[in-house]
Design a protein around this ligand. Structure first.
Ligand code: TRP
Length: 349
């Protein structure tokens, strides 16, 4: 993909060949353009540089979806298809399934002794997610504790960098506290202290212009969505409500169509020129939308075609996941052993 390099937005020091990168996704739906811009593109860059682990966090997904296990299960395959269709290469990126690595759960149980309940309950991301979930019958313990389980994910594979969006920074702080606590207990470093790698790509707005693109808000375009539907959604996109006639000056700022062009259009000069002409007046919304439809078609067509081809053989896709999980598990077992030792649990059983 030609425009990857330009799209890749990583703000802190870029990874080196010595690093191990880890990221994860909850399998609660197909990935959308927000994921593509915010994380997939960075992962494609990173897999060229250093070892990378991609975790499909089905246990974490269950912390707020325990009432619909088959939904989570079905989405494991969907997320796999999205990864592979976008060009994640299982030879260079270890893709693994959280529930296939019981060592992660044991690590979580041990780490639970190193974090206070108050710390979790006052974590800004957890707080905000609790409020938006409106759990019936109380917040599941597993949900409040998911940052602890995420600390297990991050440390089990010896990750040194965790590329994330800003909302995940408070979650990674919990990992940092746990790694520090282990080090205090042992009197020397036990596991690497991973550094977050903040993506510098701006958040893609939802098609309705209300906040970021998110599946729960229903304002996204999925990777692999068919072109008719993409066209329909682009036509519905929020533009500038005061731009009534093509001759009116239009606002580029806050205009969802331009935000998407900014993220996907490889012709930067053409785009700058269009922005100038739109702001001055004389360009209709339809012109801008047609350009976006073409741009998205260029990016998404190869992905959609590859996805459809891969989807014909789910057994093959799941076997790639099983292989990755097995490899990841070997590393997790070694790191769990180190942590068990710190807790005085020397023999494996
Ligand atoms: N919490 C992340 C999300 O909601 C998913 C995730 C699980 C993750 N384990 C991780 C992200 C480890 C980074 C590292 O998207």
């Amino acid at each position: 993909m030609r425009n990857n390099q330009r799209l890749a937005g990583i703000s802190s020091a870029p990874p080196s060949t010595q690093d191990v990168a880890l990221t994860g996704d909850r399998p609660t739906g197909r990935l959308h353009l927000g994921h593509y811009v915010g994380s997939i593109v960075n992962r494609l860059t990173i897999q060229d540089i250093c070892p990378q682990v991609l975790l499909i966090a089905d246990l974490q997904a269950l912390t707020d979806n325990a009432g619909r296990p088959s939904f989570v299960k079905d989405n494991v395959l969907e997320v796999m298809l999205d990864y592979l269709a976008c060009g994640i290469d299982p030879e260079r990126t270890t893709i693994c399934l959280q529930s296939g690595i019981p060592e992660l759960s044991e690590l979580t149980v041990l780490y639970m002794n190193l974090v206070g309940l108050g710390t979790l309950k006052s974590n800004p991301t957890v707080k905000q997610e609790m409020a938006s979930r409106a759990f019936v019958g109380g917040v599941p313990v597993g949900f409040v504790a998911y940052p602890v389980s995420q600390a297990a994910d991050v440390t089990a594979f010896g990750a040194t960098i965790v590329p994330v969006g800003a909302d995940q920074l408070p979650i990674l702080e919990v990992t940092d506290r746990i790694v520090a606590a282990l080090e205090r207990m042992a009197g020397s470093p036990v596991l690497p202290r991973p550094r977050p790698l903040l993506s510098s790509s701006p958040r893609l707005p939802g098609i309705d212009g209300r906040g970021k693109a998110s599946k729960s808000a229903g304002n996204t375009i999925e990777i692999g969505e068919d072109m008719d539907s993409v066209r329909r959604k682009v036509n519905q996109m929020y533009t500038d409500p005061d731009h009534l006639r093509p001759s009116d000056p239009g606002k580029v700022e806050g205009n969802v169509v331009f935000a998407h062009l900014e993220a996907f259009d490889p012709d930067r000069e053409g785009l700058e020129d269009l922005k100038r002409r739109y702001a001055a007046g004389g360009v209709g919304d339809m012109t801008v939308k047609l350009r976006l439809i073409e741009t998205l078609d260029d990016t998404l067509s190869p992905i959609r075609e590859r996805r459809a081809r891969l989807a014909k053989d789910p057994a093959q896709i799941l076997s790639i996941l099983r292989d990755g999980t097995e490899r990841a598990r070997a590393t997790a077992t070694r790191n769990l052993d180190r942590v068990r030792k710190v807790f005085g649990l020397d023999s494996r059983r």
